[in-house]
Design a protein around this ligand. Structure first.
Ligand code: ACO
Length: 167
């Protein structure tokens, strides 16, 4: 795949995580072609996606690409080149902690038929690698109570409380 079609540099893709995937599975940054590979279908296991056209997908992809020092979305593909796992880390620039960086893990999903094969774990390991490489002093995420054991297996510990306000 041509590197100009990828969201960010493959230097930020962990070789160890790639090596731990099942044979024929690949880890890489999101590509501008991933609309056709089922990116949104995988995300739909997480929540409502809405009716997103290719043009709308590309508009959002191009925004992320212009901000690809902050947005890092990764995918795992299976041997048929279909997307089966996705996730994002957003790197926030703070004043506190001596202008520190915090990584926010968002929108993790594994295709229903591919769950339980450690692909979710690999997505999180790959995002933690990006967080560490970009200099984040911590990586945090919000999740449902039912996903706590999964994130504990991924090395996270429970801390504080999530609050939300919907407009
Ligand atoms: N409860 C207990 N343990 C779990 C759970 C769970 N709900 N889910 C996974 N695990 C364990 C597995 O058993 C495995 O343990 P092991 O190492 O002892 O064998 C370990 O966690 C790793 O599991 P994976 O096989 O990597 O998990 P999977 O590939 O199925 O992905 C995920 C987990 C991402 C939660 C998947 O089930 C999914 O897509 N769910 C629907 C969407 C979702 O809830 N996404 C997370 C939202 S939170 C956020 O985005 C920040």
């Amino acid at each position: 795949m041509a590197s100009q079609n990828l969201l960010f540099s493959t230097d930020l893709i962990s070789p160890e995580v790639q090596g731990a995937l099942p044979p024929g599975y690949k880890l890489r940054p999101l590509s501008s072609d991933d609309y056709e590979r089922g990116f949104l279908k995988v995300l739909s296991v997480l929540t409502v996606i809405g009716d997103i056209s290719k043009a709308k997908f590309l508009e959002r992809y191009n925004y992320l690409k212009r901000h690809n020092h902050e947005y890092f979305t990764i995918v795992i593909t299976d041997p048929s080149d279909t997307i089966v796992g996705v996730g994002t880390i957003f790197v926030e620039r703070k004043f506190i902690r001596n202008t520190g960086l915090v990584g926010h893990i968002e929108d993790i999903a594994v295709d229903k038929n591919q769950q339980g094969k450690k692909l979710g774990l690999r997505v999180i390991q790959a995002l933690k690698y990006i967080g560490a490489k970009t200099g984040c002093y911590k990586v945090i995420l919000d999740c449902s109570e039912k996903n706590v054991p999964f994130y504990e297996k991924c090395g996270f510990t429970r801390k504080e409380v999530e609050m939300a306000w919907y407009t």
